[in-house]
Design a protein around this ligand. Structure first.
Ligand code: COA
Length: 162
């Protein structure tokens, strides 16, 4: 059974992430979306909110699971008996960072492979921080986040809300 982990902050999940999730879930028997607990980044959405938003977007797909992890990704992979990490590549600048991470993870555990999927060109400029910024400025985010979570993302940034 090929188990793949898609790790990230998902703060919040975007259509760019969904594109990778949908494509990866067709290749692997089981895809685990693993939300990082102790990110260096200050998250806008709590861990529970980030997990719930993802769950709302993937409901109905039995081979996709949403989980969270802290500490080393490699330790989490071993715990889950997963052997492949999937990451999306958007622009050339992603490559340098992702290459470094993939080599580091390979060095930590030679049995684990990282595979990269080219992001759909429609989303090559998209990131969670762009979504947060647009939402906080009251802009339309229809193109960037799945419809099912759009209002929850906008609500987060309405004046007077945390
Ligand atoms: N579509 C849209 N946006 C995308 C995307 C895609 N396909 N792929 C990445 N992004 C965005 C993310 O939303 C994020 O945006 P933001 O910076 O505005 O929040 C940004 O690109 C960076 O994404 P990524 O490189 O996946 O970083 P991350 O913070 O989401 O996740 C981990 C990083 C969790 C994978 C990494 O820190 C990790 O593995 N940590 C565990 C500790 C560890 O093992 N460290 C040592 C080995 S590296």
């Amino acid at each position: 059974m090929k188990v793949c982990v898609y790790p990230g902050s998902f703060d919040p999940i975007t259509k760019g992430h969904m594109d990778i999730i949908e494509r990866a879930s067709k290749i692997f028997d089981r895809l685990i979306i693993a939300v990082l607990v102790n990110s260096n980044k200050q998250a806008a959405f709590s861990l529970d909110e980030r997990v719930d938003l993802i769950k709302a977007c993937i409901s109905g797909n039995p081979n996709i699971e949403v989980d969270s992890f802290k500490g080393l990704l490699i330790d989490y992979m071993n715990q889950k008996k997963a052997n492949v990490i999937v990451k999306g590549l958007r622009v050339v600048t992603d490559f340098e960072y992702e290459f470094q991470m993939a080599l580091l993870n390979k060095n930590l555990d030679a049995d684990i492979e990282t595979i990269f999927m080219m992001t759909n060109s429609k989303y090559s400029y998209l990131s969670s921080s762009i979504v947060r910024e647009l939402a906080s400025l009251g802009a339309n985010i229809d193109e960037f986040v799945p419809e099912i979570i759009k209002n929850r993302v906008l609500d987060k940034f309405r004046v007077g809300k945390g």
